[in-house]
Design a protein around this ligand. Sequence first.
Ligand code: B4P
Length: 186
Amino acid sequence: MDLIILGAPGSGKGTQGALLSTRLGIPKISTGDLLRAAVKDGTRLGTEAQGYMEKGLLVPDQIILGLIEEVLGSAEAAQGVIMDGFPRTEAQAEAVDKLLAAQQRQVDKVLLIDVPEEELVQRMVRRAEIEGRSDDTPDTIRKRQGVYQQQTAPLIAFYDRRNLVARVDGKGTVEEIAERVHGAVR
Ligand code: B4P
């Protein structure tokens, strides 16, 4: 099964993706985690991506498309994958379709985690205090919400046209939301 978790920054994609991965036995792969690891290791990918991430901007498609190709071609993802944080643009969504189709696979479901904007900002401010991620400053948080609305939210209509979107209420405790997410894929 190939699943996409879609949601604004702070909606809990990473948290819910990890829980669902354990429950379904399907690996979760996050482009955000891969990019942060590349920055930490000082690789070429990391050096190219760092400036965009710190500004709250999307890393350009010409950089990300190669990463997505690598992820979906990996042995880890061969039996299905939970995509966390990608695709984020229409070009990325088309690349995902093409790469899966080459393996006689397709996107089976898109889980849209829906959380009101005020709560998103509160969660990320809280995370900034705990984890100190360099893109969790108030200005960058606002910037990332705007970028999501402009560049990623249009994917909801893209997948709605194929009847793939399951909307999940993302308010409540992590456990409550996990039950809803699990219910949406059964
Ligand atoms: P990501 O790592 O994907 O970061 P994000 O969208 O900002 O999501 P976040 O990590 O906040 O996720 P979550 O919803 O899990 O990307 C970071 C950057 O990398 C991007 O800005 C971009 O520059 C670049 N990038 C990554 N992928 C890209 C791509 N495909 N194309 C281009 N650029 C790309 O956050 C959840 C938070 O809320 C957690 O702190 C959690 O503890 C908390 N939380 C979860 N559930 C909760 C609940 N029920 N109640 C309270 N708090 C909760």
